[in-house]
Design a protein around this ligand. Structure first.
Ligand SMILES: [Cu+2]
Length: 117
C-alpha cells in the first residue's frame, strides 16, 4: 500500500506540471509509433530516455477488440523494455505503457501501429 500511495503521489506531482526534469519519456519504439509495418512483428521494443525500474514498469498490446496480444511479462534492461507478441493478423494494435524511472517519476502513454497494407 505504501508503494501504491507513493506511485500515485508521484503521478499527481507529474500531472501538476513539474515535468521539466528528465523523466523516462518514450524516445522511440519498434514498430515505430503510428507506423504501418508490412509483416507482423514478433516483438515490441520501447526505448526510453532514462533507465527504468523493472518492478513498476509495464506494457500491454491489444487488438482492435481490446484483446491482449502481448506474451505477458516484459523484459526490461536499462532504458529498454521489450515484450513478445502473439502472431498478429493484419489490423491496428494499441500499445499502452507506464514506467517508473530511476529518478522515481512515473510516466505513461499509448500509441498505435498497424500491420498490413
Ligand atoms: Cu523525472
Amino acid at each position: 500500500m505504501r508503494i501504491v500511495t507513493f506511485v500515485t503521489s508521484t503521478l499527481l506531482i507529474l500531472m501538476a506540471g513539474t515535468a521539466a526534469e528528465a523523466h523516462a519519456f518514450l524516445d522511440h519504439a519498434e514498430p515505430r509509433v503510428g507506423s504501418t509495418v508490412p509483416t507482423a512483428p514478433r516483438e515490441l521494443v520501447l526505448f526510453y530516455s532514462q533507465n527504468l525500474e523493472p518492478a513498476f514498469s509495464a506494457v500491454e498490446v491489444s487488438d482492435a477488440n481490446g484483446k491482449r496480444v502481448d506474451q505477458g511479462k516484459p523484459s526490461i534492461s536499462a532504458a529498454v523494455m521489450r515484450v513478445g507478441l502473439k502472431p498478429l493478423a493484419p489490423g491496428t494494435y494499441r500499445v499502452r505503457w507506464h514506467v517508473l524511472s530511476v529518478d522515481t517519476h512515473t510516466t505513461e502513454g499509448s500509441f498505435t501501429f498497424h500491420v498490413g497494407q
